[in-house]
Every structure is written in C-alpha cells, then in structure tokens.
Design a protein around this ligand. Structure first.
Ligand code: EPS
Length: 388
C-alpha cells in the first residue's frame, strides 16, 4: 500500500491517491472520513482558516456502492479558501507584479532553505506546499486505515500529555475516550486543561506560539506486526519515519523511551507470564508495558504507545528577525495567518498517520486482495498464537 498527496494550502484542492488498499472494505466519506477531518480542524488554539474550511472528502475513484473495489482510491478535499486567493494562486504567467511576493523568510519554516533549493524568490511558492494544510490528506488516508483496523477489532486513541510544559497528571484510560473528545485541548486532566487554555490565550495575546507532547495508543494489535529481520520493516522505524515526516514534529518516542533511558533494565523491561488465555493477548501476558507495545521492531500484543514532540508553530505574529531574500536587508519575518498551537489537532493527525503504518504492516503479514480473506488469515494466525 502507498499513497501520494498533492495540493497547495490555498490552491483549489488537496488530492490524494491511495493505492494497494484491499477490496470489500465498507467505506463512507460521511461516516468514516469526514468526522476525522472535522476533528483535525478543532482543538483550542487553531486559527481563522479553520472557520473558513469545512473539510469533506469526495471519492473520485476506488469506491462504489459503499465499498472499496481494490482499485486506487482518489480523494478530493476542496479548499474553500481558494476563492479568496484566485489571483495570488493563478497558474498562468503574466500578472506577477500584482502578486505581493513573500520575501521575509520565516525562521523555523521551509521558506529560506526551500527558496534556495527550488530557486524561488517569492517564498509563497515554498510555503504553499510546506503548509500543514497537507495533513488533511494524511488524515483522510488514515481515516480509511482506521476503518480497516476497526474491522479487525483494533482500537485507537489520542490525547495531549503536555502543552507548553503544563503536564497532565491524569493517566490515560480506555474508558475515558469521551472525556478526551469533549476537552478543548484533548486532555484528561481538567485542571491541567484549564491551565493549558489560559497559556494559549496568553501566547495569542503575546503574538507567540506553543508546542507540546501528545500520545497515540492502539490496542488489540496482533503480536508480530513489523519485523526483527529486516531493518526497513521494523515497525518502530516505520512509525518514527511516518511521524517525523509530518509538519512541526521534532521528536518521537515509543513508550516513555527518554525517561526509561535513566532507569536500570529491571525497571524497564516487561516480565512475561503464561496464564489463562485472554482474547486480545493469548496466554503470554505482561503486567507492565515499558516497551510501549514494541519489542525488536514488532508488536508484542500490548498497547502500542507513541509519544510525539511538536515544536511551537513557526509563524509568529510578533515576528523574529530574519533577512529579506530579495534586498538582503534585515527584516521582520513575514506574518501569515496561522494557529497559536496545533498540539490538540496533532493527536488526531498522528492517530491517522500511525493507523496507516499499522494497516501497511497488517497487509504485509496477512496480505490479500480482500477484507474477508485478511480476516480469515488473522483468525488462523490467532489460533496458532493460542497454541504456541
Ligand atoms: C492549516 C492551514 C493553514 C494554517 C495552518 C494549518 O491555513 P492558512 O495558512 O490559510 O491559515 O492555518 O498551517 C500552519 C500553521 C503551517 O505552519 O503550515 C490546516 O489546514 O491545518
């Protein structure tokens, strides 16, 4: 399975082609994809663009009568805001002088190096594609992956653990997913959430931006997804790649990797016991999950726990010093409409991004053209695991 995304932040639309996805998966844009696109647009601290857009997907191929056909799936998301950018985004040559070039490169964004690399002096040619608007495409693909995983009984969750140094003191709980959904910052700790909201308001007033750490979990994954034999099929490596290749990410860890680095092995590794079988884990059970669900690049049947560090958004309303790439004079960085923070939305994005990687791993292990065949193969594998 693979996918390709195309489209500019203020161009007419985002286009995504997902290829290699099995047939016979029930799929509805309204029920399975659009709710995820809507969630991606939410979260306290988002900017005005989110009031303009109401992201929704249209299938242009690969789905018929509410089911995937096995053919490439083309997904279209219209940028409503494009209507306000018709002149600036015009594809024909001729009216460049009327377009106000963006020349004061914003530190932390792709602007400067992207301009050098692709020989642009109007840095809009860089930022239009570098924009996190593209994550709408990743969410659309990920929502399809989540639908596939839900057919296999896999569950996912995402929530904010820290925002601007304010930490949640309430541990994650699979029975509290509804509470995460109603929290404006997707945080289970109401007290911390209040502080986060106040901090976001303050940053907005100050013309500043905020980062944080969010967590994504998946449960009911079969053991053995990924590989210990092929470096490029190790699941931790592939998850890290997919996450690091998303806008604004500067770090990723499996479980509490950085805190575990300070501890002795006896406090980190998870003892194994053979007990009466439970549906999701079989006989081999652990009472702890220091490994974050992955051992040697493979799922071990425990919850997959991935933590992502998001840098503060690089567009500051109180701009940093920079250089104008045309005049070479000192300048204030360009101010573009942006978010104060996208940490709550990022959890939604990364649940989708990881779901896509997990779907690839399922297709590798149980690969088949159709969902019913995949389900049969998984059942057979689970019977084997039960007896191992
Ligand atoms: C975003 C769309 C963008 C930004 C934001 C995320 O829209 P606009 O530039 O029109 O305001 O709001 O992008 C960034 C913060 C960024 O750095 O790229 C979206 O759809 O998520």
């Amino acid at each position: 399975m693979r996918y390709l995304t195309a489209g500019e932040s203020h161009g007419p639309q985002l286009t995504t082609i997902l290829e290699g996805f099995p047939s016979q998966v029930p799929l509805s844009a309204a029920e399975d994809i659009n709710p995820w696109l809507e969630k991606r647009q939410q979260g306290y601290g988002r900017g005005r663009r989110m009031q303009i857009e109401k992201d929704a997907v249209e299938f242009l191929s690969g789905v018929r009568a509410g089911r995937t056909t096995g053919a490439p799936i083309t997904l279209q998301i219209i940028n409503k805001d494009h209507q306000n950018w018709l002149e600036i985004m015009d594809v024909t040559a001729g009216n460049e002088p009327r377009k106000k070039a963006l020349t004061a490169a914003r530190p932390g964004h792709a602007d400067l190096v992207g301009g050098i690399k692709y020989r642009h002096k109007d840095l809009r040619d860089v930022l239009e594609r570098a924009s996190a608007r593209e994550t709408a495409s990743r969410v659309a693909v990920g929502a399809i992956a989540l639908k596939f995983l839900s057919e296999l009984g896999v569950r996912g969750a995402n929530y904010v653990d820290r925002l601007a140094g304010i930490a949640s003191a309430v541990p994650f709980d699979w029975d509290k997913l509804e509470e995460i959904e109603v929290s404006p910052v997707r945080c289970l700790d109401k007290n911390a959430a209040e502080q986060m909201i106040a901090r976001i308001d303050q940053a907005k007033t100050d013309g500043d931006t905020l980062g944080g750490i969010l967590e994504v979990r998946f449960r009911n994954l079969v053991p053995g997804l990924g590989s210990y034999t092929h470096w490029d099929r190790k699941l931790d490596g592939r998850i890290a790649h997919a996450i690091m290749a998303t806008q604004a990410v500067k770090g990723v860890e499996i479980g509490r990797a950085f805190a575990n680095a300070d501890l002795p092995g006896s406090s980190v590794h998870d003892a194994v016991y053979y007990r009466d079988s439970v549906p999701t884990q079989g006989h081999y059970q652990r009472d702890t999950n220091g490994a974050g669900g992955l051992e040697a690049g493979m799922t071990n049947g425990e919850d997959l726990i991935v933590r992502v560090a998001l840098k503060p958004i690089a567009t500051l309303m109180k701009p940093l010093p920079t250089v104008d790439v045309v005049t070479h004079q000192a300048a204030d960085a360009a101010r573009e409409r942006s978010d104060t923070t996208a940490v709550p939305a990022a959890g939604v994005i990364f649940q989708c991004v990881i779901a896509t990687v997990l779907t690839e791993a399922y297709l590798e292990k149980f690969g088949a053209d159709t969902l019913p065949e995949i389900k049969e193969r998984i059942l057979e594998y689970q019977r084997f695991v039960e007896q191992y």
